[in-house]
Design a protein around this ligand. Structure first.
Ligand code: PLP
Length: 229
């Protein structure tokens, strides 16, 4: 996000557009960062039909986004699937351009080649902290959730390039592993990384019942882990 926002500023944008699920952490971070940079923020948030018709209120990240004055458009999961995130952000971009604005579009999760630098940089920070630390912390594996792919693209490339060489294991929450291997390959190619996504990251299918849908067993497990750690 840091790199994408810098690009927005460098391009002379006066507002940013991004898109994601109703409780997207990426959208919240974008809204707050935009505020710091004096840019307007336009969010397209995907939710159930019921919540599109009745205001979803001030829950979780939505509270923060509304506190910092982000403009919020709600869209049903069905419409989102039909139109696609790229077209949705481009439609809003056209509308804002017609109003004389200078919008900068950030894709879902900030997951493009430029955004990947954020997590390459995160690995550099971890490596630096390990070198300056007491040497007590050692690890061979990094385990993360995968929603839009940028996190694992940056972590796996960074880890592979660095001295860490930790294997990245991703649990994909919304698309199949094959989709992500290909998507991440596109991000890596965009960076001319010269590496095969399948060689640097293990992606496991963790879609379960679907995005943001839990079984009672899963919720019980989360509670047990929370209580025990
Ligand atoms: C807490 C958390 N972890 C991991 C992810 C996955 O990141 P990415 O969208 O880059 O795959 C997300 C977002 O989707 C997230 O909110």
């Amino acid at each position: 996000l840091e790199f994408l926002m810098a690009d927005a500023v460098a391009q002379g944008a006066d507002c940013v557009i991004t898109i994601g699920g109703i409780q997207s952490n990426h959208c919240r971070a974008t809204a707050v960062t935009a505020k710091y940079l004096n840019l307007d923020c336009y969010l397209i948030l995907r939710t159930s039909k019921v919540l599109v018709d009745q205001d979803p209120g001030l829950t979780g990240n939505l509270l923060v986004e509304r506190l910092v004055g982000a403009h919020i458009d709600l869209i049903s999961k069905e419409e989102y699937a039909k139109i696609g995130s790229e077209s949705l952000t481009n439609l809003l971009k056209e509308k804002l351009l017609n109003e004389g604005r200078r919008p900068y579009v950030i894709p879902v999760g900030g997951s493009n080649s430029l955004g990947t630098w954020g997590y390459i940089e995160a690995i550099r920070e971890i490596e630096q902290q390990l070198q300056t630390g007491t040497g007590e912390i050692k690890f061979d594996d990094i385990v993360v959730a995968c929603g839009s792919g940028g996190t694992i693209a940056g972590l796996s490339l960074g880890s592979w390039l660095s001295t860490l060489k930790a294997k990245v294991h991703a649990f994909s929450v919304c698309d199949d592993p094959d989709y992500f291997y290909d998507f991440i390959q596109g991000l890596l190619n965009g960076l001319e990384a010269g590496v095969d996504s399948r060689d640097i990251v293990n992606i496991h299918n963790a879609k379960g019942l679907g995005y943001a849908i839990n079984t009672s067993e899963e919720l019980k497990f989360v509670k047990e882990v929370a209580a025990a750690t």
